[in-house]
Design a protein around this ligand. Structure first.
Ligand code: SF4
Length: 404
């Protein structure tokens, strides 16, 4: 019997042949945004070196868990705000990951750092570029100052607009911008203006996502008290569609529910998550995925609080005791593959799905597929199951039908 919350995550042999990624969580932020439920630490003094030392040692300590894996293809620095990390400290961690996983040339890797406008200048961005970072993800979110205030962001629209030219000046030719719709007080016109303004900067990639209100956040409390006036669902759908139309007209093709890219600029790191390939997550709260050759997998995460992580890393010789351990059965992974695949524009390839999971994605789901097809949300042919342009909005509903 497999226990979902315990076990030895080092057990079993890694599925061979997959590429892999490393996710590095940097928990520090200048302020906590009221909608954010990530592991965030807003202390005044960031322990740049202590944190880099802990993460570098953790990478070395955990490498054996991913023995037999394929080449490293991506290193992603997320947070928190890794743009606040002193570039020499971040660079040390980047080197540790490359060193540990086969010294892949930095140019052969996608190496992404999330940054916030107003917190990085051209000199800092150039220093990141010099370390080998070749992709930036800029947390613009909105381009109306009053909406940025609502979102608790500590930057202005002007700073957001200046960030992408600064990235270009620093030598970045692969830049993603995060934008948010469904924000309290946001009109359809506000959203259209934001999208147009971002497009005028010609990013290679845009992540456009609807604000979600999480229970444990300040927005969650405000919402429960009736104090959060959000655009209604119809308006949010209109925003999604208006954003998609404008982004696609500008050459950024939708390739996942929230993701748009110019040709050749789809995020490789996200692809690892969507295709159930292995990744090692290091740093406070970071989660990892270790698929095994028997079709099962381990998911596990580090302690969430920074000090607990640092103490645990010291006590564990660089390998803090993991928590939230889940052993995913083969059937769980097959369901996940379907759900994740349907969220992508390429959909679920039937041959690849059968090869990995041993069953056709339609098997036992014919009625659900007919229902989704009749609704105009899904197309099915011999090669793949794919959501239609209208169906992309209802990816979760379709997946729920498949599972029920
Ligand atoms: S900057 Fe990002 S990670 Fe930090 S609190 Fe705001 S949303 Fe969360």
């Amino acid at each position: 019997m497999l226990s979902p919350r315990s076990g030895d995550v080092t057990e079993g042999r890694l599925r061979a042949g997959d590429p892999m990624g490393v996710y590095v969580h940097f928990p520090f932020c200048s302020v906590r945004c009221p909608y954010c439920d990530f592991a965030v630490d807003t202390r005044g003094e960031i322990p740049h070196d202590e944190y880099a030392d802990a993460v570098a040692v953790e990478i070395a300590a955990r490498a054996a868990w991913f023995d037999g894996g394929g080449p490293l293809v991506s290193i992603y620095f997320g947070g928190g705000t890794p743009g606040l990390w002193r570039p020499d400290s971040l660079g040390r961690v980047l080197e540790a990951a490359r060193e540990t996983f086969g010294r892949v040339a930095a140019s052969a890797l996608e190496i992404t750092v999330e940054v916030n406008p107003g917190e990085v200048d051209t000199a800092r961005l150039a220093a990141l570029r010099d370390c080998g970072v070749n992709r930036l993800s800029i947390g613009v979110q909105a381009l109306e100052d009053r909406l940025l205030v609502t979102l608790g962001r500590n930057h202005t629209a002007a700073a957001a607009l200046a960030c992408l030219p600064a990235a270009r000046a620093a030598g970045f030719d692969d830049v993603s911008v995060d934008l948010m719709f469904g924000v309290p007080g946001q009109s359809l016109d506000d959203w259209r203006r934001d999208v147009d303004a971002v497009l005028s900067l010609a990013p290679e990639h845009v992540s456009a996502y609807a604000l979600t209100v999480e229970r444990g956040t300040a927005f969650g409390a405000l919402d429960r008290a009736g104090g959060l006036r959000r655009p209604d669902d119809d308006l949010v759908v209109q925003m999604f569609e208006a954003g998609r139309t404008a982004l696609e007209a500008a050459g950024l093709a939708q390739y996942e529910v929230s993701s748009y890219a110019r040709a050749g600029h789809r995020a490789r790191h996200n692809r690892l998550y969507w295709s159930l390939t292995p990744y090692l997550g290091v740093g406070a709260s970071a989660s990892s995925f270790r698929p095994l050759d028997d079709g099962t997998a381990w998911r596990f995460a580090n302690p969430r609080a920074t000090d607990v992580y640092l103490r645990a890393a010291r006590a564990g010789g660089g390998s803090p005791a993991v928590r939230q351990i889940e052993r995913r059965r083969a059937a769980d992974l097959e369901n996940e593959a379907l759900w994740l695949g349907l969220r992508t524009i390429d959909g679920v390839g039937r041959v690849a799905h059968r090869a990995r999971h041993g069953v056709d994605p339609l098997a036992g789901r014919e009625a659900a597929a007919s229902r989704a097809t009749a609704a105009g949300w899904l197309t099915v042919d011999e090669e793949r199951l794919r959501l239609t342009s209208a169906g992309v909005l209802y990816a979760d509903e379709v997946a729920a039908w498949f599972w029920s």
